[in-house]
Design a protein around this ligand. Sequence first.
Ligand code: ADE
Length: 229
Amino acid sequence: MKIGILGAMREEITPILELLGEHKSVEYGKNIYYTASYGENELVIAYSKIGKVFASLTASVMIEKFGVEKLLFSGVAGAINPELKIGDLLYATKLTQHDLDITAFGHPFGFVPEGAVFIESSDELNSIADEVAKSREIKLGKGVIATGDQFIADSSRKEWIRTTFGADALEMEGVAVAVVCDSLNVPFFVLRAISDSADDSADIDFDSFLEKSAKVSADFIMDMLKLIK
Ligand code: ADE
């Protein structure tokens, strides 16, 4: 099985490359794709750069050029749900675009014609995550992740995203991966460890906790890989 592992920032995939040790690199489309074997699986690993556009490009390249059959995203997110604290893990059951707005034409936020407000992730990969969390005896949250091309450091915007979409966490790439994978019939999984609470101190918390939270997410993904056949 060929599996893609995608992060947005270098810090999000570095722990995975370090754990893998030996890997190759291929340059394509102004980005670097790392390849490695891991047990029975072949891995293609990359960080896309921040935001939905770059994440869409990288997910598409992983599928169309490298032939990945499943795609796992690993990274950090801002918490919306007050039960989520820095370092906590959650996966997306469904994802939406909080900055997509053609409400002027009577459509709901997050919707464009022939699209959908929410895209659901793979039940099979989500169950594998539940299994890993159970065997490691760690807390793993799940819920709605809202994606947009904005770093949110504002409690009122965060509250709007919570009430509009019922979102538990927010970030800047997940739904792009969801749209690409859903369109191309590739099962996907989006895991995030909390780096901040998307409030007035989000920028400072993000800088302080990015590496530590990214590692929490990466370690979990590595454990999941052992169970994906
Ligand atoms: N990723 C991690 N924290 C975030 C935030 N506050 N806004 C957007 N993306 C994030």
